[in-house]
Design a protein around this ligand. Structure first.
Ligand code: MN
Length: 749
């Protein structure tokens, strides 16, 4: 009803271009720039002449569109040439006025801008992507040549969108789509927030009239409540900043319709479900004041974690600078506060256009934006197009123009910033590696989604985890979009699961072996393990454990292999050890000259004379015992019995290959040798005395005799000197006849 009345009143009184121009001229005069108002008026006159008799859809003179576009160019803060070009922007396209005429009267810069706008206007956006690409390319060519072309095109589009009501529904729709897909993102990319918002809201009106009305209608209802809330907060902040002596201007606003719409759509919420409808802006004079205000705001209200963004220290690519924070007021309503300086504010509102203003104020000269480094992205786009086909170029352009980030909520309301295309996997790893590694499911806005679901702005993402989760799969590397998630997944594959699996596998194998009466340590021998690993195709015991741990190999199978190997090696053990010794001896024999060795302490060492010989304490060999020698480091040759455990164990060590050598007892031995015996007996009174008596009777020279009682069982350790193994056996035989003696062993430990 209201809208109809508005249309009616517009029709009643059509806009008059002369009136509009007077208004524009007064505005320009008030700006106080050194503008050539005569030159601008001349442009108006030329446009008036050219568009004579042309009417817009609403019936008003076409010229009103030209003046309105120039007016917006002034809003944007553009320079004199831009204002002139804005007035003339449709002359080449729609009137008989030529490039030459414009160049002759206003110079080549203005003529080129008008020419550029004309080319953009001629571009017909069709459903064919190739043609869209072609149009966009022309548009960008023009931009690269002179960015003012695109700025005037945005002004032109803005006015056309504002007055779209009289167009056919088809045209409304196609222009709105184009606006949403091309001009609003361009405005965003150029940092022109205000133009972007207006373009989006206007386009939405035609793309989803119902949705638009629903929001504006609800907002209207809520308005008294929202306004009193905003007034209250504003007053509070103002009062506090006054107390702190910070000079600041505070503004509040309702977020623009399209941003609310997008949030509602993506979160499938109604307006009541969207809490932060209001935003506040504090504008100060200096950067330090920005941070002072931030401190005050955080002191006054509770900051929402994760919502603080410092675009002052790190400006956005479109030059935007501000500090953002979201806080919760005493009413429990969260709201965003943006803090910036006036300079930053101008840049935020008008983007690159703001730069003219300042440059123009400095020198009065216009700025050729083609020279600006800051627009390197335009050139990059143009460069990239040369190598790729049309399809790719459009794709690249879309990526570059449209948001390359996606913002989603955690269930707690934290905003998580992810690269566009991110999936629940990226989200989970962004929260924490543990969340990612234990993820078993994900839901978005309460609905269960697959792991490759592409997150949309405003999604509320919830990750379900489980301690018994199997961990990430290799596929996740293809699904994850963020480098950090991929890195964490790779790390897990490298480290976390392997460690866990090795430990688990080791435990499982240990259990399995224990059931077979084997200790894990028994099989943890390289020589034993090596053939088993080889047969099962593993490089290391850890690989074997890891495989058992994750279920690639059963513990029973590994245990059986090891058991077989253990049995085989036990049988071969002595033979193998002896073989090694004789092999080494053969090598040594080949090397050594054949000559008689002299016995040292009754021992002949193969190939070595005059070496130091000592008898090992572990097995105390005596003549007649089969013996073997070990070349020690710096202490001569140590003599062991062939059945000595140390020999058997150490001879398997490849590092000691060749150090075991053949030795033998000399034919004639005069020395006596120390050896030791362990006598086991039931303890009784006089046992030790009886043993001592027997030894004494046998003329055995006892060096030590130690008796130990172990709950009724006696252990007597004797070291004594003997001539040879026959004498030793004789002594052992006699000792074993003593009452209570149960066993006698050599080198008892
Ligand atoms: Mn136009």
């Amino acid at each position: 009803m209201e809208e109809k009345m508005e249309q009616q009143s517009t029709q009643d009184r059509l806009p008059d271009p002369d009136e509009m121009y007077v208004h524009l001229e007064n505005r320009l005069r008030a700006l106080g720039h050194s503008l050539d108002l005569d030159r601008i008026r001349a442009a108006y006159e030329m446009a008036k002449r050219g568009h004579e008799g042309q009417k817009r859809k609403d019936g008003s003179p076409y010229l009103t569109h030209c003046v309105a576009t120039a007016e917006i160019a002034v809003d944007f803060g553009l320079d004199e040439d831009s204002i002139v070009a804005a007035l003339l922007h449709d002359t080449i396209e729609d009137t008989g006025i030529t490039h030459e005429e414009i160049e002759h009267r206003f110079g080549s810069a203005v003529a080129d801008i008008v020419d550029g706008v004309t080319k953009l206007t001629r571009v017909q956006y069709t459903s064919k992507e190739d043609e869209q690409m072609e149009n966009l390319r022309k548009m960008l060519m023009a931009m690269a040549k002179d960015i003012r072309v695109i700025l005037i095109k945005i002004a032109d589009r803005l006015h056309n969108m504002r007055t779209m009501a009289y167009q056919s529904p088809e045209k409304q729709r196609s222009k709105s789509l184009e606006t949403m897909e091309i001009y609003a993102p361009l405005a965003h990319r150029l940092g022109m927030q205000r133009a972007k918002w207006e373009l989006e809201d206007l386009a939405l009106q035609y793309l989803d009239p119902e949705g638009y009305k629903e929001i504006t209608g609800s907002l209207e209802q809520k308005m008294p409540q929202l306004e009193s809330f905003m007034d209250l907060v504003k007053k509070k902040i103002q009062q506090r900043l006054d107390e702190e002596g910070i000079h600041a201007s505070i503004f509040s606003r309702i977020k623009h319709v399209y941003s609310i719409y997008r949030k509602m759509y993506s979160q499938k919420l109604n307006l009541d479900g969207i809490f932060d409808l209001c935003a506040f802006r504090v504008i100060v004079d200096t950067i330090p004041d920005c941070y002072n205000v931030l401190g005050v705001i955080h002191d006054m209200f509770k900051p929402v974690p994760g919502r603080f963004k410092d675009y002052i220290s790190t400006p956005k690519p479109n030059l935007y600078q501000s500090v953002h924070t979201t806080v919760i007021g005493s009413e429990g309503i969260p709201f965003e506060v943006q803090i910036r300086t006036w300079d930053m504010h101008h840049t935020a509102e008008y983007g690159i256009a703001a730069h003219w203003k300042y440059k123009m104020n400095d020198s009065g000269a216009s700025l050729r934006l083609g020279d600006e480094d800051k627009f390197a992205w335009v050139r990059r786009l143009l460069e990239s197009q040369q190598e790729s086909d049309a399809q790719d170029f459009f794709h690249n352009l879309k990526i570059d123009m449209f948001a390359d980030e996606v913002f989603v909520f955690s269930p707690k309301g934290d905003v998580i910033n992810l690269p566009a295309g991110a999936t629940p996997i990226d989200f989970a790893y962004m929260i924490h590696s543990d969340v990612g590694n234990h993820m078993v499911g994900a839901s978005v806005n309460g609905r269960i989604v697959t792991f490759d679901y592409v997150l949309q702005n405003g999604d509320i993402v919830e990750i379900r985890t489980s301690k018994s989760a199997p961990g990430p799969s290799r596929d996740w590397l293809n699904v994850a979009q963020s480098g950090s998630a991929r890195t964490k997944i790779k790390q897990w594959f490298k480290k976390e699961r392997r460690d866990e699996n090795i430990q688990r596998g080791r435990d499982m194998l240990s259990d399995e072996l224990r059931h077979n009466g084997i200790a894990l340590d028994e099989v943890m021998d390289e020589e034993l393990m090596a053939p088993v690993l080889k047969r099962l195709c593993f490089n290391s015991p850890d690989d074997l454990f890891a495989a058992i741990g994750y279920g690639g190999l059963t513990a029973a199978r590994a245990a059986n292999r090891l058991k077989d190997e253990l049995a085989r090696s036990a049988k071969d053990e002595k033979k193998t050890a002896l073989d090694k010794v004789s092999q080494a001896a053969e090598r040594r024999e080949q090397q050594a000259t054949k000559r008689e060795s002299k016995p040292i302490q009754g021992i002949l060492v193969q190939g070595l004379d005059n070496c130091l010989v000592k008898f090992s304490r572990c097995c105390t060999p005596v003549p007649g015992d089969p013996v073997v020698g070990f070349i020690t480091r710096g202490q001569g040759v140590s003599i062991h019995r062939l059945d000595c455990e140390n020999f058997i164990n150490r001879s398997r060590d490849p590092a000691e290959d060749g150090r075991w050598i053949k030795v033998s007892w000399a034919d004639e031995i005069t020395e006596r040798y120390n050896t030791s015996l362990m006598i086991y007996a039931k303890d009784r009174t006089g046992l030790v005395m009886d043993i001592a008596t027997v030894l004494n009777t046998l003329n055995a020279k006892v060096r030590t005799l130690n008796a130990r009682d172990n709950s009724g069982l006696a252990q007597i350790y004797v070291t004594l000197e003997v001539k040879d193994v026959q004498e030793l056996h004789y002594i052992v035989n006699k000792l074993s006849q003593i009452g209570g003696v149960t066993d006698i062993t050599r080198n008892g430990k």
